[in-house]
Design a protein around this ligand. Structure first.
Ligand SMILES: [Mn+2]
Length: 380
């Protein structure tokens, strides 16, 4: 009798192991967080981990949907509205028509799991309380950091989407000088930029475009406004495309008309700082050291203390996916992480230069995902 029981258990495990092969991320999170199940709720706050675990990257919004990750695989609980989108994936799909049905499906999907992992980083307090009320007395564990650790390392499908997102943004950066003319407003040029990304297949902006002319380029997070383009202005554009939920993030700085000596010096200082940063990157290097080295170089020039942000950040499903190259924190870089490298210098009232590229960390170097021209300051 006992022997039969073990045989059955072994057989069941084999089935599950087969399911695991389909869901590497699911397997990993259950093991690393030591939980019976993970419940991801794409509720009042969007939870990007929903896409990470379900791989439902090709259409569907999944508002209010849940992903339940357990030994049995990934179950998607979604409304009838999203049924067709949900069935594009390889998850089990459970459809609800009412809130009550959704609650019932969630209770069934978690079954007898005791330790439940939740993503505390994006659950709102009210959603957290609601989930606990639906699932009842169990042990709830924060798995947000464990998930983030996994998300830092990109797989082939993620890299494929990120390469495409980077390609779209790079092509657009290269053609933007064609649309610069005297008197055009920042928001007009930003609109053109968006149009050019969408017609190349971007599904969305990665974030609100920064289009800064002249003195506005001195504000690293300026958005865009009614400022008209004049001869001699810096044109700084920081933008990105989203492609199947993965983002690119690029910055290029141009001069409209002839560049002054000061503008050239700023540009080539930043370019050299970026070169120093990229050259250091490889698996095993600490992101903190890269930021320090880049700033050490900037601080050895006349632009001392003019770089007022970190050298880069992690990129992926989120634009600021995880910490990257910052002297504020240690991050040992690993193969297949994707980070931005974006030094800049800013002079209030005058302008700023930033040059940003997205790079994938390799064993002994990087793959630069973005490819827009930058080696000469472009005077339009
Ligand atoms: Mn960036």
């Amino acid at each position: 009798m006992r022997e039969w029981y073990f045989k059955l258990a072994f057989f069941k495990r084999r089935i599950y192991r087969h399911a695991f092969n389909l869901h590497m991320n699911a397997k990993k999170i259950l093991e690393s967080a030591d939980v019976d199940a993970v419940v991801i709720y794409n509720g009042s706050n969007e939870d990007l981990n929903f896409y990470y675990f379900t791989r439902l990257l090709y259409g569907g919004i999944f508002e209010g949907s849940l992903a339940v990750i357990s030994e049995e695989g990934v179950k998607v609980i979604t409304s009838i509205l999203e049924e067709q989108s949900a069935k594009k994936g390889s998850n089990e799909v459970l459809i609800y028509r009412t809130g009550e049905e959704r609650e019932k499906l969630l209770r069934e999907a978690v079954g007898s799991a005791n330790r439940i992992g939740l993503n505390y980083a994006s659950l709102s307090m009210s959603d957290f309380n609601r989930l606990k009320k639906i699932m009842g007395e169990r042990e709830y564990v924060d798995v947000s950091e464990k998930i983030m650790e996994m998300r830092m390392i990109k797989d082939e499908e993620e890299l494929k989407n990120m390469r495409e997102a980077a390609k779209i943004a790079s092509e657009v950066a290269d053609i933007m000088p064609d649309f610069m003319k005297e008197g055009i407003r920042e928001y007009e040029l930003a609109a053109r930029l968006g149009y050019e990304m969408f017609r190349r297949g971007a599904e969305d902006f990665a974030f609100t475009t920064i289009m800064a002319f002249g003195e506005n380029a001195a504000e690293p997070h300026y958005l865009s406004g009614a400022r008209k383009l004049k001869r001699g202005d810096f044109v700084l554009m920081d933008f990105g495309a989203r492609y199947h939920h993965y983002n690119s993030d690029i910055t290029r700085t141009f001069v409209f008309g002839r560049a002054s000596e000061e503008q050239k010096e700023m540009y080539y200082t930043v370019l050299e700082a970026q070169r120093i940063g990229i050259e250091m990157l490889r698996a095993g290097v600490n992101g903190r050291d890269v930021d320090m080295k880049v700033k050490e170089y900037i601080n050895s020039t006349k632009y001392k203390d003019r770089m007022i942000h970190s050298t880069g950040h992690g990129l992926g499903l989120a634009v600021h996916d995880h910490i990257g190259l910052t002297s504020l924190k240690d991050l040992i870089l690993k193969e297949n992480m994707v980070v931005t490298v974006e030094p800049g210098v800013y002079i209030p009232g005058f302008g700023g230069v930033r040059i940003e590229d997205d790079v994938r960390i390799l064993k002994d170097g990087v793959e630069v995902l973005t490819s827009a021209k930058k080696n000469e300051l472009i005077e339009v």
